[in-house]
Design a protein around this ligand. Structure first.
Ligand SMILES: Cc1ncc(COP(=O)(O)O)c(C=O)c1O
Length: 439
């Protein structure tokens, strides 16, 4: 699409939306789209088309859920077929049982399962359960990781790095106004990939820490990989201190491997949260965990509810997604990895040819691109200090002009419906854009 791209109709809709939707959008993340939030009218496979008729190869993919491509036939059919018999029973139905059984076969710690609708809710449930099970209050979370928008965890996610204390912890910094004052006293914020900070804080707060929550790959900050042994260190520290390890697999789940990061790294977390890729775009989140812990929900000691939990459409989509992932003949996860790796290798080649200092890293099925001095980063503050966000924004808008839709926050998702031709076209566009930026 190398044309003078027009976003005029989207612009008109957006101006109209400002009169009926707060900020013209329904998730603040969407405000970052350039030149302004766009309106889309259809999406199929690897492509998405906006209301101005511009079609893009899509690497935003609904911020992650679309691992089977847009409008996957097998999911649409499963949902259509199931929903004619009803949508919500406020009682049990077979599909939720079958979906849970399918998850148990894929996810290492899924001795028991609970469904909800958003990742934020699953994380809330995990926190409540961890506090109840351990009878403790404090939770360790890491700077630069995002676990949803609730008051209990929306700290040090996208803020400037906070001050560091003698025990290695970081001053809590809320991401928004309006948070409950008490929220931050329950959290300990640490830099990620720092072994000593974990040791020091466990020592200082002996007997107080209910859980450690971590993205097993720091997808929300430049797809930083864990240092060798780091996740094991978290697991051992939790085990030694009778604290729980929570893997937040909302991005990594079903994407980096059918069994998520637990399978990829061979580490079984006490609790894990999933959402995005669980149902190909339908609203589902999942809490999985060890039977002994999850049973506290089952017994009613810990409250977990939700009117729309496990509705028929979402469960039909989840069951179909799990069956699809289980099929080795289809090989979804290998495909995602191969496509992503080819794209990463191509971008790396352009970067070294043009000496741009880009950093391209991640496991493949998801990865991140930023402009830095090219050195690998291991934590949030090094990333913030080194990253040239203005340059990346220019890259994003020039790529949009060429029909390649990428996320303004640096994260790239691939789906199994992307083709190697899509990857070639993307690399050609990236090469032209980056050459123009280099000169
Ligand atoms: C790692 C992680 N956890 C939790 C969430 C929250 O999920 P949701 O947006 O479905 O509430 C997100 C969302 O991006 C996420 O990336």
């Amino acid at each position: 699409m190398d044309q003078e791209t027009s976003f005029d109709i989207s612009g008109e809709f957006y101006n109209r939306a400002l009169n009926s939707l707060a900020g013209g959008v329904n998730s603040n993340v969407r405000l970052t789209e350039t030149p302004h939030p766009l309106f889309y009218e259809r999406a199929e496979g690897s492509k998405i088309t906006d209301v101005d008729g511009n079609t893009y190869i899509d690497y935003v993919l609904g911020q992650g859920p679309i691992i089977f491509g847009h409008s996957p036939k097998f999911i649409l059919e499963a949902v259509a077929q199931a929903s004619v018999s009803g949508q919500l029973f406020a009682g049990q139905h077979l599909l939720e049982l079958e979906a849970a059984e399918a998850i148990k076969t894929l996810v290492p710690n899924a001795e028991l399962v609970r469904f909800a609708s958003s990742g934020t809710e699953a994380v809330e449930a995990a926190f409540r359960l961890a506090r109840a099970y351990t009878n403790r209050n404090k939770i360790i979370k890491f700077e630069g990781q995002y676990h949803g928008w609730s008051d209990s965890v929306l700290f040090n996610t996208a803020a400037l790095p906070g001050g560091t204390n003698s025990d290695g912890s970081i001053d809590p910094s809320p991401m928004t106004q309006g948070m409950a004052e008490s929220a931050q006293t329950s959290l300990i914020i640490l830099p990620w990939n720092d072994f000593e900070a974990v040791d020091s804080v466990f020592k200082q707060h002996s007997g107080e820490i209910a859980a450690v929550i971590t993205e097993p790959i720091m997808c929300n900050t430049n797809c930083i990989m864990p240092k060798p042994g780091y996740l094991n260190h978290l697991k051992d520290s939790c085990d030694k201190n009778d604290s729980l390890l929570i893997f937040d697999e909302v991005i990594t789940g079903f994407r980096v491997s059918a069994g998520g990061a637990q399978e990829l790294f061979g580490i079984t977390a006490d609790l894990a949260t999933f959402a995005k890729a669980a149902a190909g775009g339908y609203p589902v989140s999942i809490l999985t965990g060890k039977r002994e812990i999850m049973s506290m929900i089952g017994s009613g000691e810990v409250m977990h509810g939700g009117t729309l939990n496990a509705n028929v459409m979402s469960m039909a989509a989840t069951k179909a997604a799990m069956e699809h992932l289980s099929s080795t003949k289809i090989g979804t996860n290998q495909k995602l990895k191969d496509l992503g790796q080819t794209l990463m290798d191509g971008l790396k080649e352009i970067n070294s040819r043009l000496e741009l200092g880009m950093l391209i890293q991640g496991p493949g099925s998801v990865f991140a691109v930023s402009f830095t001095d090219g050195k690998e980063v291991f934590d949030y503050r090094t990333h913030v200090e080194n990253s040239k966000t203005d340059k990346y924004s220019t890259f994003v808008s020039k790529m949009m002009q060429k029909g390649i839709r990428i996320n303004s926050r640096g994260i790239w998702f691939v789906s199994e419906m992307h083709s190697f031709k899509d990857i070639d076209e993307t690399l050609t566009a990236a090469s032209e854009v980056l050459e123009s930026m280099a000169s």
